[in-house]
Ligand binder design. Structure first.
Ligand SMILES: [Mg+2]
Length: 380
């Protein structure tokens, strides 16, 4: 079970449509395929991340620093591999004003994640076990919600209703509604429309992507008090994540944060300072499976539940493997996330509001070689 070779392959794909959330615009769907080849013939191969700005930095760190660092070691020693990557000094040619440049650190934690996730896939395949079983096997199906409600140029007024019905028709019983691009009052009206159409049992939550001041977030929370929202995700602007979100929590709706955290240390601060009810830490950003399960364990000690930012191909196993996982999220929309439909040979089954764990070893989602060939680019 020794590691022979590790390679990160960047994929780049432009989207046909433009998707606008509270604070950003999406025009592409990039990702990284990471391969870990073992001397027993097993190949771990996963895709992860949707990174445009640092995609090449991440691939260079994997291919130039981590691949030689781990060559010849035993794939089972995931904690040892993680620590060696964490302790490694990397050179991104970055000569910025001081050592605390966050961009450098996020490229490193994404590179650790790419390798670590592929190691878990290779480990599962070597042991002929699904990753969620190796993590603890708490459940074999996970509630699934759709990410939607984007602002689209030229969209019709009825588009939101059509969208929600589309999710219900697919057996998806929940939705994360994008808010923050309209006024608070308009977003309250949109949220109310979805609740009315989808019914009281529908898992409805909102994601402002850090668009609001604390006062705006509180105004929204008070206005939505009767809508039984599962959570408010990133309600407050980037500079006030701790005290600001702690104030929003007082309105009584759970607050979900963490998709921008790059390690357990940032999550620790959110928990200890009372800023968060749910952590949606992204395994492809915050150091991979090995770090994510530490964070989930820390959350369990403080009554904090785990969600996950996108990346269902990995998140499904994480959320099934731990006791405090809530639900997995997907884009059930080819034009928003064509890689979800085109990269795996087959998507996990969705039925009656749940995504079911695939039975194959590793992450159980073999990738299509033709899709990788079509969208791969050279590491620049
Ligand atoms: Mg979010």
């Amino acid at each position: 079970m020794k590691i022979k070779h590790i390679e990160a392959i960047p994929l780049v794909r432009k989207l046909e449509d433009v998707f606008k959330g509270g604070t950003y615009v999406i025009t592409s769907r990039n990702t990284i395929v990471t391969r870990v080849e073992l001397d027993n013939g097993i190949v771990g191969e996963v895709f992860g991340g949707d990174e445009e700005q640092y995609q090449m930095d991440v691939c260079r760190v994997v291919n130039q620093t981590f691949a030689p660092l781990l060559a010849g070691t035993d794939v089972r020693d995931v904690e040892a591999h993680w620590q060696r990557m964490w302790d490694a000094v990397i050179d991104l040619g970055n000569r910025s004003i001081h050592m605390l440049d966050l961009a450098k650190h996020c490229a490193k934690t994404q590179a650790i994640a790419a390798v670590d996730i592929a190691l878990w896939d290779a480990l599962g395949k070597s042991l002929n076990q699904p990753v969620y079983k190796l993590l603890g096997g708490f459940r074999d199906k996970v509630p699934v919600i759709a990410i939607g409600g984007y602002v689209m140029d030229g969209a019709k007024a009825a588009a939101l209703e059509t969208e929600v019905q589309h999710y219900l028709d697919q057996g998806i019983h929940g939705m994360k509604l994008k808010v923050g691009r309209h006024t608070v009052e308009e977003d309250l009206a949109r949220t109310r429309r979805v609740r009315k159409l989808a019914g009281p049992k529908f898992h409805l939550c909102t994601d402002a992507n850090q668009a609001w001041t604390v006062e705006e977030a509180l105004r929204f929370a008070r206005g939505a008090a009767d809508l039984n929202l599962a959570w408010l995700e990133e309600p407050v602007r980037w500079y006030d994540q701790i005290e600001g979100n702690a104030r929003v929590r007082t309105a009584g709706i759970p607050v979900n944060l963490g998709q921008g955290e790059i390690s357990r240390f940032g999550c620790k601060d959110l928990i200890l300072r009372g800023a968060v009810d749910i952590l949606n830490v992204d395994v492809t950003i915050a150091g991979g499976v090995t770090e994510w399960r530490r964070i989930a364990g820390m959350g369990a000690s403080f009554g904090v539940n785990m969600a996950h930012h996108e990346e269902p191909q990995v998140a499904l196993h994480l959320l099934a493997g731990v006791s405090n996982g809530i639900c997995v999220e997907i884009f059930p929309n080819y034009s928003r996330d064509p890689m979800w439909f085109d990269l795996p040979e087959k998507q996990p089954a969705i039925k009656d509001g749940f995504m079911h764990l695939p039975e194959g070893p590793g992450f159980g989602l073999p990738l299509r070689a033709d899709t990788i060939s079509k969208y791969r680019v050279a590491v620049a």
